[in-house]
Design a binder for this molecule. Structure first.
Ligand code: SF4
Ligand code: SF4
Length: 57
């Protein structure tokens, strides 16, 4: 289980700056979370202005 960015993402990049392990990266304007690097701290969820990051159960 890891955190995942859903379709509500507007590409602001705030989450990438909030992640302590650099698990969030951008490619072609789309932000993605590397599930293998994510330590499930939840910091990115609080940083996202659109509430677009959720636990991928
Ligand atoms: S839950 Fe924590 S480690 Fe995982 S992507 Fe979000 S900020 Fe990074
Ligand atoms: S903070 Fe939210 S809206 Fe901004 S890039 Fe990350 S997931 Fe997308």
């Amino acid at each position: 289980m890891a955190y995942k960015i859903n379709d509500g993402c507007v590409g602001c990049g705030a989450c990438a700056g909030a992640c302590p392990v650099g698990a969030i990266s951008e490619a072609d304007g789309v932000f993605v979370i590397d599930a293998d690097s994510c330590i499930e701290c939840g910091a990115c969820t609080g940083a996202c202005p659109t509430g677009s990051i959720e636990l991928d159960a």
